[in-house]
Design a protein around this ligand. Structure first.
Ligand SMILES: Nc1ncnc2c1ncn2[C@@H]1O[C@H](COP(=O)(O)OP(=O)(O)O)[C@@H](O)[C@H]1O
Ligand SMILES: [Mg+2]
Length: 294
């Protein structure tokens, strides 16, 4: 009997996230895999007094890990369970600054990026350093929380006053400052890669916001991805060891920039725009990896 587990976050209410697990279950079942969907709130793994990891999901052949909790992913992997994505890939994408560092030194073009200035006690904002950020990157400046998603924690500062205000708000949590790619205002390309190969791409465009996320009102359009962008995305997926990912690309004058990499990218929107069955492709990739050809 083939058995798979899909693990979702304990607090997930979002329909797009719940749909993701239901669609993957459906497609895996077509491949003869019995699938359980579980919420990650039942302490699936723990460390006992002998320092061993006790897992109560040992009977599964694999787990599609739709959470981002890097502690549970590491424990499950150490207990011998094959995760899609792997713990390494999940933690590499969870933190945007870490993603940029891991991709660096590999000829991957990215917007110029500075790590945020973390404050550990309640001290006054270091205004001189923030002025320096403006000088290095030029205005507008993009500021991102390292752990944000769906466009919620991405900001644009048009001048030093706005930059100070946002830096003040974010000074206690990991964040980054980034060059604004002006030509890409309100637009980006979302690419899905499975097993290191691009399977779908769409242009996302917003009417009134510099962020193109569908969740913020951006609209998706079918596009044919250039060979250059395709090769760039496949290199990124390979470098971060991603079984599955969504990659956001910004387009400057004659140049692509990697904006961010999502290990848990929602596929509902891109399926609707392109008509490509992403869940089916991911399910059959997983079955091939876990069970071989049939
Ligand atoms: N450096 C940048 N220059 C121009 N636009 C950007 C830049 N960074 C992000 N954006 C816009 O903001 C959106 C959200 O940023 P992103 O880094 O993908 O965060 P999230 O994880 O919230 O989607 C992107 O899809 C893009 O439209
Ligand atoms: Mg994004």
């Amino acid at each position: 009997m083939k058995k798979g587990l899909i693990l979702v976050n304990a607090y997930t209410r979002q329909q797009s996230s719940l749909n993701q697990s239901i669609r993957l279950k459906e497609e895996l079942e077509k491949n003869g895999v019995d699938v359980d969907i579980k919420r990650n709130d039942c302490f699936i793994a723990q460390i006992d007094n002998d320092g061993e990891i006790l897992s109560n999901v040992k009977d599964y052949d694999f787990c599609i890990y739709l959470d981002k909790d890097k502690y549970v992913s590491l424990m499950l992997e150490r207990s011998g369970l094959r995760l899609f994505n792997t713990h390494y890939a999940i933690q590499a994408c969870d933190d945007k600054m870490q993603t940029a560092i891991l991709l660096s030194q590999n000829s991957i073009p990215m917007p110029r990026t500075l790590p945020g200035l973390l404050c550990y006690e309640n001290q006054k904002l270091n205004v001189k350093a923030i002025q320096n950020v403006g000088q290095i990157l030029g205005f507008p400046v993009i500021i991102k929380s390292s752990y944000g998603s769906l466009g919620k924690d991405v900001y644009k500062a048009n001048d030093i006053a706005e930059l100070c205000e946002i830096a003040e708000k974010l000074k206690f949590s990991p964040h980054l400052f980034q060059q604004f790619i002006q030509e890409s205002y309100g637009k980006d390309i979302r690419v899905i890669a499975i097993g290191g190969k691009v399977v779908a791409a769409m242009l996302r465009q917003s009417r009134g916001d510099f962020r193109s996320n569908l969740e913020l009102g951006g609209e998706g359009k079918n596009i044919i991805l250039s060979q250059e962008a395709k090769e760039l995305c496949e290199k990124v997926a390979d470098l971060l060891d991603l079984d599955y990912c969504g990659i956001d690309i910004l387009q400057g004058n004659n140049k692509y920039y990697i904006c961010e990499v999502n290990s848990n990218a929602f596929f509902g929107g891109i399926e609707a725009v392109t008509g490509i069955n992403i869940a089916e492709k991911y399910a059959s990739y997983i079955c091939k990896k876990v069970y071989g050809k049939d």
